[in-house]
Design a protein around this ligand. Structure first.
Ligand code: FMN
Length: 380
């Protein structure tokens, strides 16, 4: 294949894969590609320049899970272009932010897309309440089939009150903390007012009433409004309690607690992200919507480095209590790789969040050279 044809193929590949999910719609994906033998080697990492890191994800766990989501979309789009994954390697760096993934795709005339590209491009995060209709067991069985042995999909539907309490607690914490809350507000935008935004969350995708969206806009313009209990209470009802109640199932996808894991934290978060995105696409293909709740990232960030936590003293007591309750009530430790989500049949169709243009850097070096460079850097 000549270089121009290869460039066109990679462009088409990325134009579809960029519709992967990412925390806060940040799309923290940096891609370098090189032609190798008759296939392609992709090196996917988290960009280090010109990106704003979210305060809600100081450790980078959400960014690494999002890298996993992106890799699943690369794999699925690759199949539709007649390329299959020959090898995949997670390269752990000195911290989660320096995680990279190397994928080698080889051509295959037998490649068969399991998920069509139209589904990948049309997938949306539906944050509105769902229909009062149960997702049938055969669909749940399908999503369980894609799990790697080290992952567990825990059905928490019967314990919805406990999940709601946890997510509400963490959301309230986020809204009550000045830094976390202003970060959240930065992510939200109004399409008409900021028409050129290609990351972040458009306010009409948040599942909130018009009144609350107006209050949010007011809050963004007048930061003194930050401690309004009325807005927080309404917001918790509309963004957590109501949608979680109006769902078919609530799940936690995470590393199996019982098996002592040989995986590095980076591998754990990548595996969760990859499985999560695949589950999401299978559900979409079956007409089922999904909304993630990454409320556990607050615990992940706090307990990884309690000394440098951005939480206040009373919040620290609350996270400790919430973590104990999570462990006691649901058997979830709160800091291992994992994500909560709800599923159900959509009542309304939702608008899409925008995407950045994703261009691949042409790479002459193999990823093995890069991995060695990272290793050398760590040893220094
Ligand atoms: C790791 C991760 C965490 C996420 N956390 C949340 C969340 O807590 N709440 C939520 O509503 N959406 C969450 N999302 C969904 C993203 O906000 C969504 O994928 C992104 O805004 C792009 O929008 P789209 O999925 O509609 O294309 C998460 C996605 C990922 C991959």
């Amino acid at each position: 294949m000549d270089q121009r044809a290869a460039d066109r193929l990679v462009e088409e590949w990325l134009n579809s894969a960029k519709w992967a999910a990412s925390g806060g719609n940040q799309q923290l994906w940096h891609v370098a590609v090189r032609m190798a033998d008759s296939g392609f080697e992709f090196h996917v990492s988290i960009p280090t320049r010109d990106v704003k890191r979210s305060t809600a994800d100081t450790m980078g766990a959400g960014a690494v899970a999002s890298l996993g989501c992106f890799v699943t979309c690369l794999e699925e789009v690759g199949r539709s272009l007649n390329y299959v994954v020959d090898s995949i390697r997670v390269i752990s760096g000195s911290d989660l932010w320096s995680t990279a993934i190397r994928l080698y795709f080889k051509p295959s005339s037998l490649a068969c897309a399991t998920i069509d590209v139209a589904t990948i491009r049309a997938r949306r995060t539906n944050r509105f309440p769902y229909k009062d209709q149960r997702v049938p067991d055969f669909v749940i069985k399908k999503i369980r089939q894609v799990l790697l042995p080290e992952l567990d999909l825990i059905d928490l539907t019967a314990s919805s009150d406990k999940v709601i309490r946890f997510v509400e607690d963490m959301t309230l914490l986020r809204m009550g903390n000045k830094v976390l809350f202003s970060d959240l507000l930065d992510e939200v935008f109004w399409r008409g007012e900021e028409p050129n935004r290609s990351t972040g969350l458009p306010e009409d995708t948040l599942g909130l009433s018009r009144l609350l969206r107006m209050a949010l806009r007011f809050t963004k313009r007048h930061p003194f409004f930050i401690h309004s209990r009325l807005v927080h209470g309404l917001s918790l009802y509309q963004s957590v309690r109501r949608p979680l109640r109006r769902s078919s199932h609530i799940f936690f996808l995470g590393l199996k607690a019982a098996v002592p894991s040989e995986l590095s934290p980076a591998e754990g978060w990548v595996n969760v992200g990859r499985a999560f995105q695949r589950i999401w696409l299978i559900l979409e293909q079956n007409g089922v919507s999904l909304q993630p709740f990454a409320a556990n990232l607050i615990l992940v960030n706090h307990f990884a480095d309690c000394e440098r936590t951005i939480l206040g003293r009373s919040d620290i007591q609350r996270v400790q209590k919430s973590r104990d309750r999570l462990q006691f009530d649901l058997g979830i430790d709160g800091i291992s790789p994992g994500i909560f989500f709800r599923i159900g049949y959509p009542l309304v169709s939702v608008a899409g969040s925008p995407r950045k243009d994703l261009k691949a850097e042409q790479s002459q070096r193999s990823t093995d050279d890069r991995a060695d460079a990272i290793q050398r850097h760590q040893n220094c």
